[in-house]
Design a binder for this molecule. Structure first.
Ligand code: FES
Length: 96
C-alpha cells in the first residue's frame, strides 16, 4: 500500500488506492488547513514534493481554482480534491 507523507507534520501514513487525501488528513490529524472542502476557496492549496503521479489527475473544477491562484497541477494541488492513485509510490505533501 502506498503512503502519504505530510511534510509539515513529519507524519507518514498508509493510504489505499482511491482514498481521498482529505479523509487521510482527517483520520490522522494532519495540519493541512481546509475551508470549503469543495475545491473552491484554495485554503488547502499545497505542493506535491514527491509522488505527484500517484495522485489521480485534477478534474476541471480543481484546475480552474488552481489557475485562479496562479498554480498548476500536478505540482500544486487542492488537497480536498485529491485521491490516491494506483501506484505503490509515496506521495509527499508540503503546505503551502
Ligand atoms: S478547502 Fe477549499 S479548496 Fe480545498
Amino acid at each position: 500500500m502506498a503512503k502519504v507523507n505530510f511534510k509539515n507534520d513529519n507524519l507518514t501514513v498508509d493510504a489505499p488506492a482511491g482514498k481521498s487525501i482529505k479523509e487521510v488528513c482527517d483520520e490522522n490529524g494532519s495540519s493541512i488547513p481546509f475551508g470549503c472542502r469543495n475545491g473552491v476557496c484554495g485554503t488547502c492549496l499545497s505542493t506535491i514534493t514527491k509522488g505527484k503521479h500517484n495522485l489521480r489527475p485534477a478534474e476541471e473544477n480543481e484546475k480552474a481554482t488552481l489557475e485562479g491562484f496562479g498554480a498548476q497541477a500536478p505540482d500544486k494541488r487542492l488537497i480536498c480534491q485529491c485521491k490516491m492513485g494506483d501506484k505503490n509510490e509515496e506521495v509527499e505533501i508540503e503546505n503551502p
